[in-house]
Write a protein that binds this ligand. Structure first.
Ligand code: G16
Length: 541
């Protein structure tokens, strides 16, 4: 064992989902070692503890795991449970932490961000509940990065993480496990696999785009294996270190191949995609894209059709920028809908306290109390279970939602790699305007209310301020502004646009037409172009 003198490295502040940086930054001298040691110190040490370790297979995943194991051994950890080949999807890692009653886990991923030597890498710590570290723990980890002076690392040859079974490093026991089996077993307890199998056997067709990322092995085993969907149902199903050179973000822009199939002449009944680490999902029917906000509303309305949720939901939660479609469904069910800041960690307390059963976000995350992460394949299986019961198409399912609850037209505009100072200045200027906005007219719309979202956690009473600016307009429109917490280059400005339409004759508009007014109002009120030099968004989803 070696004790290495080190000194703090600037900028190791974890964001919405752990620490994300360019891969080359993580590979720099002492960088990863410092962060891992700071994490271990921040959680009160790992002496005698059991940790789950795995990642999405991106470039540097395997090397980083070797470093983590050596630091865990030198710090006296008792055991590490590692996914074979270093692979574990984020929800599978969350499940393993819970199933094995581990003390926590380290998940290596930059999620939907591209992977490779010149792309992104990330590392996050999840606690014993299987969920992302709370704000309090994240603060402690960050505080340690500011005064770290030594890290401890074992001197050892590489550990074989490609072969299942037990091995060891000094006194650290290492168990290499097959990554899919435990997760699949959990899914079989939640859903009616027999019904879904019968659906496929009856000729129902599907494409699942794994985007060359971690869900490939899970989707092959579950969809094509256990559920009997024909071979070829899973596209891009072999994980690659650079995700086939693509951007593993399941939205209509980056999952273009799947969108082309679903809007093409021989479109299957159902399409879905998942991201780099398997926690996000996109749902699309034949000629029918489902926004993540509408997906959450549909799942809330119909979850009772799946065995795990047959006795109903205790409550639901959505992140603040997510559309209010789910609020309307929750109201009709007589259950509470919580509004939380962006970041899955905020759902953890509500799930642990049994206040909510389902939760979701506009950024393509949906999940339930079965793990403490969002779960891409879970959402796909819940959709399949619902369709197997209702025998409705995806388009009919959406029509049913909109005609019952109204339609929340929704879109997110992203301005990427904006100069950080300019982006910050734009948000500050908007913040300064908020007190005087109500009642004024902006871009032809009248402002009803304007504020900056702050959250008081009903479980641990923590207070989170500065969680995004929201402006509600008369007539059902809303614009939300926030800076991304997951980008790795400059700042990403996100503008979320929404318009609730309850007029039955206006439920079939093109989203861009339904949102044109609120889009203009958002640009005008934020002075976006004058303050950042940007005109058109880089990505519209
Ligand atoms: C992470 C969090 C999500 C959150 C998203 C927001 O997602 O886990 O809960 O919605 O970040 O990203 P941003 O701050 O860029 O808007 P993931 O999938 O990247 O882990």
């Amino acid at each position: 064992m070696q004790t290495v003198q080190t000194s703090p490295i600037e900028g190791q502040k974890p964001g919405t989902s752990g620490l994300r940086k360019k891969t080359a930054v993580f590979m720099g001298p002492h960088y990863l070692e410092n962060y891992v040691q700071s994490t271990f110190d921040g959680i009160g040490g790992v002496q005698g503890k059991t940790l789950v370790v795995g990642g999405d297979g991106r470039f540097f995943n395997d090397r980083a795991i070797q470093v983590i194991l050596r630091i865990a051994a030198a710090n006296g950890a008792a055991k590490c449970i590692v996914g074979q080949g270093g692979i574990l999807s984020t929800p599978a890692a969350s499940h393993l932490i819970r199933k094995r009653k581990a003390d926590g886990g380290l998940i290596l991923s930059a999620s939907h961000n591209p992977g490779g030597k010149d792309e992104d890498f990330g590392l996050k710590y999840n606690g014993p509940n299987g969920g992302p570290a709370t704000e309090a723990v994240t603060d402690k980890i960050f505080a340690r990065t500011l005064d770290i002076d030594v890290y401890k690392i074992s001197e050892s040859v590489d550990i074989d993480i490609d072969t299942r079974g037990m091995t060891s490093l000094d006194a650290l026991e290492i168990e290499v496990v097959e990554p899919v089996a435990d997760y699949q077993e959990l899914m079989e307890t939640l859903f009616d696999f027999g019904k879904i199998r019968a659906l496929f056997a009856g000729g129902f067709t599907m494409r699942f785009d794994a985007m060359h990322a971690v869900t490939g092995p899970y989707a092959h085993a579950i969809l094509e294996g256990a559920l009997g969907a024909p071979k070829g149902t899973v596209m891009n199903g072999t994980p690659s270190p650079d995700f086939g050179g693509g951007h593993p973000d399941p939205n209509p822009i980056w999952a273009k191949d799947l969108m082309n199939v679903m809007y093409g002449p021989d479109a299957p009944d159902f399409g879905a995609a998942s991201d780099g680490d398997g926690d996000r999902n996109m749902i699309v029917g034949r000629n029918a894209y489902v926004t993540p906000s509408d997906s959450l509303a549909v799942l809330t309305a119909k979850a009772h059709l799946a065995p795990a949720y047959s006795s109903g939901l205790t409550g639901v939660a959505r992140s603040m920028p997510t559309s209010r479609a789910v609020d309307r469904v929750a109201e009709s069910l007589g259950i509470k809908c919580y509004e939380t800041p962006t970041g899955w960690k905020f759902f953890g307390n509500l799930l642990d306290a049994g206040l909510v059963t389902l939760c979701g976000e506009e950024s393509a995350g949906t999940g339930s109390d079965h793990v403490r992460e969002k779960d891409g394949l879970w959402a796909v299986l819940l959709w399949l279970n619902i369709l197997a019961e209702t025998k409705m198409s995806v388009a009919e399912t959406l029509d049913d939602l909109w005609s019952t609850h109204g339609r929340c037209y929704y879109s997110r505009h992203d301005y990427e790699a904006v100069d950080s100072e300019k982006a910050g200045a734009m948000i500050s200027a908007l913040r300064a305007k908020l007190p005087a906005l109500a009642g004024t007219s902006v871009g032809g719309l009248t402002v009803e209310a304007a504020d900056e979202f702050a959250y008081d956690d009903p479980v641990d009473q923590s207070h989170s301020a500065g969680q995004g600016i929201r402006i509600a307009f008369k007539g059902g429109a809303r614009a939300v502004f926030r800076l991304s917490g997951t980008g790795t280059e400059g700042a990403t400005i996100r503008i979320y646009l929404e318009h609730l339409q309850t007029d039955a004759s206006k439920l079939d508009m093109k989203p861009e037409d339904a949102l044109a007014e609120v889009c203009n109002a958002a640009r005008e009120v934020s002075d976006l172009t004058a303050l950042t030099g940007r005109v058109d968004p880089d990505v519209i989803t």
